[in-house]
Design a protein around this ligand. Structure first.
Ligand code: PLP
Length: 378
């Protein structure tokens, strides 16, 4: 890419996608219709034939999944303290309590031993997040069997990942994906939920669209006070074209991630423990995160990000520790409970990584990174 400013994420939109979306617009069938059905069938084929329904966001998919599981007041759901806020917020919005646990420093995935220790008689589900490595399906299945809880995998960052030899989504209980533009593929905004069987899919379809049930006499009944989360055909058509290139993009992401490891190796400030695991089978590399050596440099994270921006390089933060936000502090969570999540929350930055980048872009980022890390505040 030759543009002067390198963003930290950027979707690939090719001309065939533009044309396909234009065709859908010209068809005048632009809300949910045949393209949504085709997109869901293609997603299902990508996850071993399991039922999949699309949504206007992963947040919506997760909210409906928790409704499907009947999770509400008095219930607890165990989830990592390090994730995007949506993972915890959907639990609280369902009226249940998000019970945080700490994460592993390298993979940033939730620590299953701590999750086991957090299970109480009120625990109804585990909501783990695929972060810097795919979650282990065998470990999740064992957790589910041992504790008698449901599992909703937040795979927002992980469409295209492979775990235990199968695509993420092809195994497990409920699995949600995000198609936000920063993710591995996009529908502009959008998400999907993978379920176990046709009965769950039918219930999710109704919860997704007002709770409406169609009666034989052509009138409509309500089975629940459902929401409104259906994807548009315009988005679904984009999603179909994006899904066709997902494998190619994940391979490009992996190649660029390896270029980062090569370019950063030997940098005494960016030691391997500050990077994701390099040997990371099946990972689809949505994010390339670095823990800044704040104790060894003259800059704050904000000053680092601003200096990189001046070099024409966009830097993200993925993510703050959720339990330290005002909302969760007000619910009683305190600093010191989850030291790994807190350290990540303080030190993490996300470097540019998207399929249209080149190895030259990676070198440019790393050259700037090395210079900025050794500079003083402007
Ligand atoms: C881990 C994680 N979960 C959930 C979401 C929410 O996805 P969406 O924006 O599609 O609702 C995101 C989005 O950034 C995410 O990173």
């Amino acid at each position: 890419m030759s543009a002067d400013v390198l963003p930290f994420a950027r979707p690939t939109i090719d001309e065939a996608m533009v044309a396909a979306v234009a065709d859908t617009l010209r068809s005048r069938w632009i809300a949910s219709g045949p393209q949504v059905a085709a997109f869901e069938a293609a997603l299902s084929a990508a996850v071993g034939g399991r039922p999949v329904r699309s949504f206007t966001s992963a947040t919506g998919a997760m909210a409906v999944a928790l409704e499907l599981l009947g999770i509400g007041a008095g219930d607890e759901v165990v989830t990592p303290a390090q994730s995007f806020f949506a993972s915890a917020n959907v639990i609280e919005r369902a009226g249940a309590r998000a019970v945080f646990v700490d994460v592993d420093l390298a993979t940033r995935n939730l620590d299953l031993d701590q999750a086991a220790a957090a299970v109480t008689p009120r625990t109804k589900a585990l909501l783990p997040v695929h972060y810097n490595a795919p979650l282990d399906p065998a470990a999740l299945a064992a957790f589910r069997a041992r504790h008698g809880v449901r599992v909703l995998e937040d795979a927002a960052l992980a469409i295209g990942s492979v775990a235990g030899g199968r695509p993420v989504g092809a195994t497990g209980d409920l699995v949600s994906f995000s198609f936000h533009p920063n993710k591995n593929m996009t529908t502009i905004e959008g998400g999907a939920l993978v379920m176990n069987d046709a009965d769950e899919a039918g219930r999710v379809e109704r919860l997704r669209f007002h709770g409406i049930v169609r009666l034989p006499d052509g009138t409509r009944d309500l089975e629940a006070a459902g929401g409104k989360y259906n994807l548009s055909d315009v988005s679904a058509r984009l999603g179909l074209a994006q899904l066709a290139r997902l494998g190619e993009w994940c391979r490009a992401r992996e190649r660029l991630a390896m270029a980062y490891f090569d370019a950063l190796s030997g940098d005494d400030l960016v030691t391997p423990e500050r990077l994701p695991p390099r040997t990371n089978p099946g990972h689809s590399w949505n994010l390339f995160t670095v823990l800044l050596p704040l104790a060894d440099i003259a800059l704050s994270r904000k000053q680092f990000i601003d200096a990189m921006q001046r070099e024409g390089i966009g830097i993200g933060i993925s993510y703050e520790a959720i339990h330290l936000t005002s909302l969760y502090r007000a619910k009683g969570w305190r600093e010191g409970r989850f030291p790994v999540a807190e350290r990540i929350g303080r030190e993490t930055v996300t470097l540019p990584l998207f399929p249209e980048m080149t190895e030259t872009d990676v070198d440019r980022v790393c050259t700037s990174l090395g210079r900025v890390l050794r500079s003083r505040a402007a």
